[in-house]
Write a new protein. Sequence first.
Length: 180
Amino acid sequence: MKELCSLFMLFFRLGAVTFGGGYAMLPLLQRELVEKRGWVTDSELADYYAIGQCTPGVISVNTATFVGNKRKGIAGGIAATLGFVTPSIIIISIIAAFVRNFADLAVVQHAFSGIRVCVCVLILVAVQKLLKSAIVDMKTWILFGVIFILAVLTDISPVWFVLGAGFIGLLVFSKKGAQQ
């Protein structure tokens, strides 16, 4: 029960202090879960992001569910998920009550402009850390390049990129493992 409370409180705290959506939370998740607590590896976290990207829901909530499930099974997944979404429910309920009164204020609009810039930086930092663990040889660089170009130039759903990359990884890297 103590670890379930710990999962809930950690994800409650993360959910309460992180703004900008699921991707903005990625650097905090990486720092808290990999660097600080060692609950998951960079590779596992990248896998959770990938799966979270192609499943319904917000990527950070899905990731919290995966981490909680890894730590304490289904009860851990539920505790982490509830911890993560509870602050949002509380904050959104409060904001919804007042948003009509303040949304048009210049100071609010300027604050959100600055927050959006900060979120972009946080996302780039998370991507840089993920790249170090994900792109390890020429094959992964090629796969990265192809998917990047397709993502920029087409409107293909990210789900197809994740599924396609998984299939290619299965083909390419399973042959590599069989040869060793």
